[in-house]
Design a protein around this ligand. Structure first.
Ligand code: SF4
Ligand code: FES
Length: 385
């Protein structure tokens, strides 16, 4: 199914909707990709609005809905919202920390047709995991939650965000995934935006650690073929080319915040000059086709050199706009994670320097005013645009 703009061009339909149902979360992970200014409960969309948004998403051609947050099970209506997905034929994926009220709601979610669970694990060693997540007694809750997921026969993916505080546990994450009966494990090196950008010196591993983790994953993929799929997201700062962030800007995904603001990626709000539309004012189809935030970096017309004449421009779509802003001070610049960017050498240098220093304490995510934690580009010293 396609969305048609008023002027005629036909857009591909979005395939995925990330529904950030709430920013509330019992965990306080320092690598959280949520914005520094978290939405409060009082500003969250109500049940009926989420149900209308899901209906519009199905009409647009969306196939997958990721029920996320924060912690989505913190919403009292998570079962109703999940049931709506099932009735609309939308594949639902619960992205959860597995703590708080998650286990108590799991059976009801299964009963109304939840399709898949993605459980975050911060570490393998309980003390380390709970230090990273900023919550005592979280690990036993997660393990009990995972056990119930597999008892119910729901497919389970474990998500481990990797950084210098747990990169020594990559083998352990793989063993844990096998032990818990997960079908898939994401070994996702930290992407540095949101809270992770603030915490970058505390999180950045060195190149030798990254290379070792990649070798471990590659060997495990061979060993566990047919039993466990392992997805590997390599850290941009040490990569040759960037990834197609969010599958390319405005090409595949829509991200709806707890308050109903619709973003092309989860960190897009860091690009202050963009105008975002809300589901309370516009239909999802109108936003996908016409919202200034979605059209700003869609396609290739906005690109500067070296992206503009690069033969990879329709593979990675210039990398990550949010990272370009954070590192180059210009959201339309080539992502400095790309080896063809004039800033790439500085990015590597910065990562190497930070990884060599003693890590500072984590800045844990909190709801409230965090404007003082906004950081300027370390490469250009220019204020983000
Ligand atoms: Fe991708 Fe741009 Fe780098 Fe080419 S120059 S590989 S399009 S980020
Ligand atoms: Fe926004 Fe990459 S996180 S484009």
């Amino acid at each position: 199914m396609n969305a048609v703009t008023p002027t005629g061009p036909v857009l591909p339909a979005p395939v995925g909707l990330l529904a950030e149902l709430t920013h509330r979360c019992p965990l306080r992970c320092p690598y959280c990709s949520n914005p520094l200014e978290l939405d409060r409960r009082s500003g969250e969309l109500d049940t009926a609005t989420w149900q209308r948004v899901l209906t519009e998403a199905a009409g647009l051609g969306v196939l997958h809905v990721h029920l996320s947050g924060g912690e989505p099970t913190a919403r009292n209506d998570i079962v109703e919202i999940t049931e709506t997905c099932a009735k609309l034929g939308l594949y639902s994926n619960l992205i959860t920390s597995g703590v708080g009220g998650a286990l108590a709601k799991l059976d009801a979610l299964y009963d109304v047709g939840l399709d898949h669970v993605q459980l975050s694990v911060q570490g393998v060693d309980a003390a380390n995991a709970e230090k990273i997540g900023g919550l005592k007694n979280a690990q036993p809750q997660k393990l009990a939650f995972a056990e119930r997921v597999t008892q119910l026969g729901l497919p389970l993916t474990l998500n481990s965000v990797i950084h210098r505080g747990n990169i020594h546990e990559v083998e352990g994450f793989i063993d844990l995934a096998v032990k818990l009966g997960a079908k898939r494990l994401e070994v996702a090196h930290t992407q540095y935006y949101g809270w992770a950008y603030v915490n970058r010196p505390a999180l950045m591993p060195d190149k030798a650690q990254v290379d070792r983790s990649i070798r471990i994953v590659e060997a495990a993929r061979e060993r566990l073929k047919g039993q466990l799929v392992i997805d590997l997201v390599v850290p941009d700062y040490y990569a040759k080319y960037p990834k197609a962030c969010a599958g390319g800007w405005g090409r595949k995904l829509m991200n709806v915040t707890p308050a109903g603001k619709v973003l092309p990626c989860h960190a897009a709000e860091t690009i202050k000059q963009l105008e975002f539309w809300y589901v309370t004012d516009h239909s999802l189809g109108d936003i996908w086709a016409n919202s200034p935030a979605f059209t700003a970096y869609r396609g290739t017309d906005w690109m500067q050199e070296p992206c503009r004449s690069c033969d990879r421009r329709e593979k990675d779509w210039g990398g990550c706009r949010c990272q370009a802003l954070a590192l180059a001070g210009d959201a339309a610049a080539t992502d400095p994670a790309c080896s063809l960017s004039p800033l790439h050498a500085k990015v590597r240098e910065l990562a190497t320097e930070e990884a060599a220093e003693t890590p500072p304490d984590y800045v844990y995510r909190t709801i409230g005013s965090n404007a003082d934690r906004a950081v300027r580009s370390p490469l250009t010293e220019e204020a983000p645009q």
